[in-house]
Ligand binder design. Sequence first.
Ligand code: GLU
Length: 420
Amino acid sequence: MAENNQQAEQLDVLASTQSVIKQALDKLGYPEEMYELMKEPIRMLTVRIPVRMDDGSTRIFTGYRAQHNDSVGPTKGGVRFHPNVTEKEVKALSIWMSLKAGIVDLPYGGGKGGIVCDPREMSFRELERVSRGYVRAISQIVGPTKDIPAPDVFTNSQIMAWMLDEYSRIREFDSPGFITGKPLVLGGSHGRESATAKGVTICIREAAKKKGIDLDGARVVIQGFGNAGSFLAKFMHDAGALVVGISDAYGGLYDPEGLDIDYLLDRRDSFGTVTKLFRETISNEELLELDCDILVPAAIENQITERNAHNIKASIVVEAANGPTSMTATRILSERDILLVPDVLASAGGVTVSYFEWVQNNQGYYWTEEEVEGKLENVMVGSFENIYNLARTRKVDMRLAAYMVGVRKMAEASRFRGWV
Ligand code: GLU
């Protein structure tokens, strides 16, 4: 029983991120009060959203918006639609957004939202109603200078468009900077859709250099075929790597000779489901333990835990998802000399280009795809080097180093404001 409790605590994403925040602040020499400020969001709103369903019935959905810390600037982060969304998860996700903003040095704090729902079982019109209802429910605390939402798991540019439209109606003016990840015609940015995967690709390239692995011919396994996973599979394939395994929520596909990525991309649905079309599938657990050089968890939390960390064969693990590796597993991988590039660094490409989108909205002048990608490249390479070097000099793993970089600006800003 005690063991079960311990295990549950490790899989509690909020508790585990709090423990690393504590370590990072201790290493940087901040007092306990700073931890007290940072361990929870400064604001957390829970809303109940009544939605008229297509069959005429009304369903009440629960939604959340967490704002972790706004000492640096407005809070920023995605909204996820998923049946397993919980208050604790949204809180942890908002903390991770603060860390990402600190790591890539954006003028933001972290925020995150979620609605408990399963968009795979909802119609387009029901999704529109729940998206608009959510914006009405949280409109008081969000806005282009307060808190800026964006896409996350199972949300996309269409959902951002409905949310933008609802917000513009409530506020009676057009505010493209209210939300990012919008369609291009509504003020979106070139390169935003593929930005998370681009950032992950840059981290993989840099990590491979450190480990002396040639990407050309390297064997890559990607868990998850959503926004991050699917673009990443394409980028890895284009870079000459062999994508030997991919998966979705229902299972995985494996081919030691390399999967036909273009075919799979063509067949995936908008939720990243593709394995249902195949008879020969493997489980997600088997996928993670496949023989490969680079493993990329790009789905959901708690996939690499103490149960399977000893069996991971990859020499590099790059976290494209938020929170895919437990803290015990982080330690096991590090002891096994597997280079782990943590989520708060590896997946920061999305929010970086969201920031570029917001800047373009504010200035009313738009950049080309090359400009956006050049800026993203500089940010990601610089952030990777910074954290890799800090990990070496302070003799800590890259997760702790990333947390140290991620909390520093927020802690300094909170101190200058006289909060702590
Ligand atoms: N949801 C993405 C993330 O977890 C992007 C957030 C944003 O673009 O604001 O980083």
